[in-house]
Design a protein around this ligand. Structure first.
Ligand SMILES: Cc1cc2nc3c(=O)[nH]c(=O)nc-3n(C[C@H](O)[C@H](O)[C@H](O)COP(=O)(O)OP(=O)(O)OC[C@H]3O[C@@H](n4cnc5c(N)ncnc54)[C@H](O)[C@@H]3O)c2cc1C
Length: 387
């Protein structure tokens, strides 16, 4: 007798054909998939190439549709950190208010529009849940090949060991090696933009997200992540300028032309803040299947959205929860994979198209009809429909 499961749940588990799953990649997508599958009675092995869970310190905007997923797996109430908000203010770089808006509630009215949180804090909760649910976590482990059979898949690990699973869910991110193993011809592409981000102090009044347009660099903004801190960002050219400045000095330099609340941010940036620069890339596998036989790719591995409407991780978490539901249904697994993918692609296209359009308008602000604030609002409004 398995403790904690009702008679109906035990019966459902007996009927399931997928009982033993390998998840590749321990980011947001892989951990949520592992948790959701374990909660349905599936035995999950999660492999992560990194020798230790990475605790990156960036802030992240977790929008309502992702909060809903976190709630559905029981993670939301466990988050001991984060700052929920619904307001989004739009400013001119001078600090003049262009609009004070409420962000769409993409998870429904019962959730705030968004929560700002450190990625490391979100990851810690998801990893703790994986351990509590007895997910078999293997760090420093990589899948190098697989062989599909009619009712199983044999996986070869970098160690040379071969193991059999019912299916493989690969969530190994934008640099996915599994993508090529599946014969997918897409690869990540540049957007023409880079981004500087830092975690820094905020004033009590900065309790909403803000975006600043028409500055000397591209768009800048911030999101609160606690009562005292926010993460701030500024979009730039895709290469870090080689000017001998420290990261903090460079971030201050880039933010010189942004005022209003950015005066507070700029003055408080310190060398001790967590900050980094990266080029922004994207990929969307829109015209090929996401699976081959019993191996399927989800998350950034097949749709890394430029973060122009901060929906990438939200789409990843929707993938993970929905796929756990599909693969534990009765039926032919390839048909279930196809139905899942057909359901996901149109919704993700909304995010990718809007994000790429916004990136393009950043690069070409004089484009006739360019209206970033309106496009952000309309694309997020579209996502208030259920996933
Ligand atoms: C600058 C920036 C800002 C962003 N801001 C936001 C935001 O505010 N809100 C939002 O919703 N989204 C945001 N996103 C998008 C979001 O970060 C991603 O969509 C999300 O983190 C992707 O999660 P993932 O688990 O699919 O991939 P990843 O986070 O990349 O995780 C993949 C994991 O797989 C592991 N791995 C890789 N290769 C292998 C292998 N061969 N074998 C085993 N493991 C492997 C990696 O080590 C990693 O742990 C942002 C993205 C960027 C670039």
């Amino acid at each position: 007798m398995e403790p904690g499961r009702s008679k109906a749940q035990r019966k459902a588990i007996q009927l399931m054909t997928v009982k033993n799953v390998l998840v590749v990649g321990g980011g947001i997508t892989g951990t949520i998939a592992s948790i959701a599958l374990s909660q349905k009675g599936v035995k999950v092995t999660l492999i992560e190439i990194s020798p230790q869970w990475f605790g990156v310190g960036h802030g992240i905007t977790v929008q309502g549709n992702a909060l809903k997923v976190l709630d559905q797996i029981g993670a939301l109430d466990r988050l001991g950190a984060g700052f929920s908000f619904s307001g989004l203010n739009v400013y001119d770089a001078s600090g003049a208010v262009l609009a004070e808006t409420e962000m769409p509630h993409t998870g429904g009215q019962e959730y705030s529009s968004a929560m700002g949180i450190l990625r490391s804090e979100l990851q810690t909760t998801l990893v703790e849940m994986c351990h509590e649910l007895n997910v078999e976590v293997r760090l420093d482990t990589e899948m190098v090949a697989f062989e599909n059979h009619s009712d199983s898949v044999d996986v070869t690990f970098a160690s040379g060991a071969v193991e059999r699973f019912d299916i493989v869910i690969a969530a190994d991110g934008i640099r996915s090696k599994t993508r090529a193993l599946l014969g997918i011809h897409h690869d990540k592409k540049p957007t023409g933009l880079g981004i500087w981000r830092n975690v820094t102090k905020r004033s009590p009044e900065m309790s909403h997200a803000s975006v600043y347009f028409n500055g000397p660099s591209y768009k800048a903004g911030f999101t609160p992540i606690s009562e005292t801190h926010c993460y701030a960002y500024v979009l730039t050219d895709p290469k870090r300028v080689d000017n001998g400045l420290s990261n903090a000095q460079e971030m201050k330099r880039l933010l010189e032309g942004y005022h209003g609340e950015f005066d507070f941010i700029r003055e408080n940036i310190s060398e001790d803040d967590y900050m980094n620069f990266q080029a922004i890339e994207w990929i969307f596998v829109d015209d090929q299947p996401w699976h081959q036989g019993r191996v399927i790719l989800i998350g950034d591995a097949v749709h890394a959205c430029p973060p122009l409407i901060a929906q990438g991780a939200a789409q990843c978490s929707e993938d993970a929860l929905l796929l756990a539901d599909y693969v534990t249904r009765d039926g032919d697994i390839e048909t279930l994979f196809t139905e899942f993918t057909e359901r996901r692609k149109p919704r993700i296209k909304v995010v990718v198209d809007a994000s790429l359009q916004l990136a393009n308008w950043e690069l070409h602000p004089d484009t006739p009809g360019a209206n970033p604030a309106a496009l952000m609002a309309s694309s997020l409004a579209e996502l208030t429909k259920p996933a």
